[in-house]
Structure formats: structure tokens, C-alpha cells
Design a binder for this molecule. Structure first.
Ligand code: AMP
Length: 177
């Protein structure tokens, strides 16, 4: 599937929900995409193709919608998956990074000891907004001993500066709006 076709497919399966979770936020809802098996498969394949052959040993998915995509990418490519979780969810010793969201503040965690040590890590989320979430994840990958191989998202909200904030890491987005 071409990049243009992937962008069209994504655009056709994302819903706009105004004023969620706060007034003034236009929430991009990917549940219609997740609900369509054929579209989901094509999007997962396009996310993998977007890495242009950059190798990765593990996929880090950001809670919660990133889990869906990362799990599918891990299955399709035969690598393992690491959950990047919200604070307090992981059962073993964890590394934590706090950051500001487009709406509010948050902390993400990964296990201090896990499969990212010495591994090339593909970081996956659904939506890139300000980039704070992915930036915190990149810090966690490095602190866990991993090397970021790439960043893959379905949708980039291009007006919010996330791509510039994450530079020099390239962001592979299927659709930019
Ligand atoms: P940010 O840290 O600002 O890049 O925000 C990215 C994270 O927040 C991702 O995990 C997204 O799922 C979520 N997010 C932020 N803004 C939106 C939005 N307008 N629509 C849907 N999800 C969003």
C-alpha cells in the first residue's frame, strides 16, 4: 500500500470528538480503525513498512492505544512487546518519567529490568500531539538500556510541534493533519 493510500485509509477510519476529554480538545478517536479488521491489518502493515527496513528487536507500545498497535506489530514481525505503562501499574521495580500532556500531566513507567536492555526499540503510539508522551518514552528506553530504532504513529497533529520536539529522531506518521 502506498503512503498516500495509507493516509486515505487512516483518514476514513478516524472520528473527531470535540471537547473530549476537556473543552477545546478535538479528540481523534481510533476505535473505528481498531474495529475494522481489514483496515487495522493494512494500517499495521503500513506502520511496519514505514520503518523502511530499520531493524528492531522489540516494540514499545504506549498505554493504552499504543498497546493495540504494538502488539499487532510484534506479532507480525515476530519480535517481543514492552508495555510503557501509566504510573503504578507495573508489578516490579520500574523507571518513571513525568511530562506535560496536551491536557494535563502524566507519568509513564517501564520495568527497570526487561527486554529493552541492549535492544533496538521501535516506539509506537496512536497519536502524536505535543510529543511529550513519546519524549518521555524515549527517555525510558534509553534509561532501560535500549536504543531507539524509530518512532511510529498512526496520526500526527502537525500543528503541535511534536516532530520538532523529538528531533533528531524521525517520526513515521501514516497521516498528518
Ligand atoms: P502528546 O504527549 O501531547 O504528544 O500526546 C500524545 C498522547 O496523548 C497519545 O498517547 C495520544 O493518544 C493522546 N492524545 C493527545 N492529544 C490527542 C488528541 N487530540 N486526540 C487523541 N489522542 C490524543
Amino acid at each position: 500500500m502506498s503512503a498516500a493510500d495509507a493516509a486515505t485509509l487512516v483518514a476514513a477510519h478516524i472520528g473527531d470528538v470535540p471537547d473530549f476529554p476537556l473543552p477545546g480538545i478535538l479528540f481523534k478517536d481510533l476505535t473505528p480503525l481498531f474495529a475494522d479488521g481489514a483496515a487495522l491489518r493494512q494500517v499495521v502493515d503500513a506502520l511496519i513498512a514505514g520503518q523502511d527496513g530499520a531493524g528492531f528487536d522489540v516494540v514499545a507500545g504506549i498505554e493504552a492505544r499504543g498497546f493495540v498497535l504494538a502488539g499487532a506489530i510484534a506479532y507480525a514481525t515476530g519480535v517481543g512487546m514492552v508495555p510503557v505503562r501509566k504510573a503504578g501499574k507495573l508489578p516490579r521495580e520500574a523507571l518513571a518519567e513525568s511530562y506535560a500532556l496536551e491536557y494535563g500531566e502524566a507519568t509513564l513507567e517501564v520495568h527497570a529490568e526487561g527486554p529493552m536492555a541492549g535492544a533496538r526499540v521501535l516506539v509506537v503510539d496512536d497519536v502524536l500531539a505535543t510529543g511529550g508522551t513519546v519524549a518521555a518514552t524515549l527517555r525510558l528506553v534509553e534509561r532501560a538500556g535500549g536504543q531507539v530504532s524509530g518512532i511510529a504513529v498512526v496520526l500526527e497533529l502537525a500543528g503541535l510541534g511534536g516532530r520538532a520536539r523529538l528531533a533528531p529522531w524521525p517520526v513515521a506518521a501514516l497521516l498528518r493533519v
